[in-house]
Ligand binder design. Structure first.
Ligand code: MTE
Length: 322
């Protein structure tokens, strides 16, 4: 199998602002003011971000999760994406909107659990009960960053539904693999489809580990990984797998999509953010904030050290930051 050693989503640090962001900036800034008003009241209506076809989602904001920077305007999050199932560039949005059929959507949760289940994503949402909104940072391994007002629930809630056995050591997650939905699957056969990611049971239990089913007061968009995706704000974005169809609790550590492609040389299992550990081909010391184009210092664990550092005590010898 032909494997590209350099993922196409690797961009040069000094790359200019993509044209569509530049052209949209004035409109975006207008929308941004409305967005803050809509979200700061806690219960989200999403009216300020109305976009066709996605139902509004009500969720109470969890005020424990605060940002140290502005919210990224929704239009940027919708249209600047990594989603290789739709192509190896940032402008997959129209393709994903047209071809990803995100409802009905079956989710299988099984493996080493007491209570395996396969259910519709909306049934899953109803079962976990009580969606919350959290404002999280996202730091891509390519050294850009954004912020997202995610709506969803913790991994711990998913785990409590199926009751993992003591023998479960990891949670493996898998994206859909249908090339009719994601034409990038057929046109890029050298990638190890389907996209797979995994985390440890400690990480599953961490209060920050989040499954997002909405953003900006509505169902999550196709381009951002509808109908359900993970978000781990202290890790590089490639860990946060989109459009999940299968959760499996397993004993052996699974190999992730980018880990396999790079033979773990560039993208590893842990992928925790650390400004002092450069990627083999570029520095991770700073990041470009997407909607301002400002370059700011990157923080250890993307600023979430207090909540996550303990999980890695005693395993410092491992490649925690790649
Ligand atoms: N999940 C799937 N299934 N396919 C992908 O190509 N890209 C990852 C991650 N999840 C990807 C994925 C990468 S590299 C990043 S940075 C984030 O999704 C980007 O999320 P966003 O497009 O919502 O910003």
């Amino acid at each position: 199998m032909l494997i590209k050693s350099t993922p196409n989503w690797v961009i040069k640090e000094n790359q200019a602002t993509p044209e569509h962001i530049y052209l949209n900036r004035r409109t975006l800034m207008k929308g941004f003011a409305g967005g803050i008003a809509a979200t700061s009241i806690g219960a989200i209506g999403g009216a300020a971000f109305a976009q066709e076809g996605r139902a509004a989602m009500a969720a109470v904001r969890n005020e424990a999760y605060q940002l140290d920077r502005e919210l990224t305007p929704e239009d940027i999050n919708l249209k600047y994406n990594n989603f290789y199932e739709f192509g190896s560039h940032k402008r997959i949005s129209a393709n994903a909107e047209e071809n990803l059929v995100s409802r009905p959507w079956q989710v299988e949760i099984g493996g080493l659990v007491n209570n395996p289940m396969t259910l519709d994503v909306d049934e899953l949402i109803a079962k976990v009960g009580g969606l919350e909104e959290r404002l999280y940072r996202l730091r891509c391994v390519e050294a850009w960053s954004m912020t997202v007002p995610w709506i969803g629930f913790t991994f711990a809630k998913l785990a409590s539904l199926v009751e993992p056995l003591g023998s479960a050591k990891y949670l493996r997650m898998e994206t859909f693999g249908d090339p009719k939905m994601g034409n990038g699957i057929a046109t890029q056969p050298w990638y190890p489809w389907p996209y797979v990611e995994s985390i440890t049971m400690d990480e599953v239990a961490n209060e920050l580990a989040f499954l997002a089913v909405g953003a900006y007061g509505k169902q999550v968009s196709n381009s951002m990984g509808a109908p359900i995706r993970m978000h781990l704000p202290w890790k590089y974005g490639f860990k946060s797998i989109k459009s999940i169809v299968k959760f499996t609790f397993v004993e052996e550590r699974p190999i992730g999509f980018w880990e396999e492609i790079s033979s773990a040389r560039e993208y590893g299992f842990w992928a925790n953010v650390n400004p002092e550990v450069p990627h083999p081909r570029w520095s991770q010391a700073t990041e470009r904030v997407l909607h301002t184009d400002e370059r700011v210092p990157t923080l250890l664990y993307n600023g979430y050290a207090e909540q996550v550092a303990d999980m890695y005590a005693g395993i410092e010898g491992q490649e925690l930051f790649r």
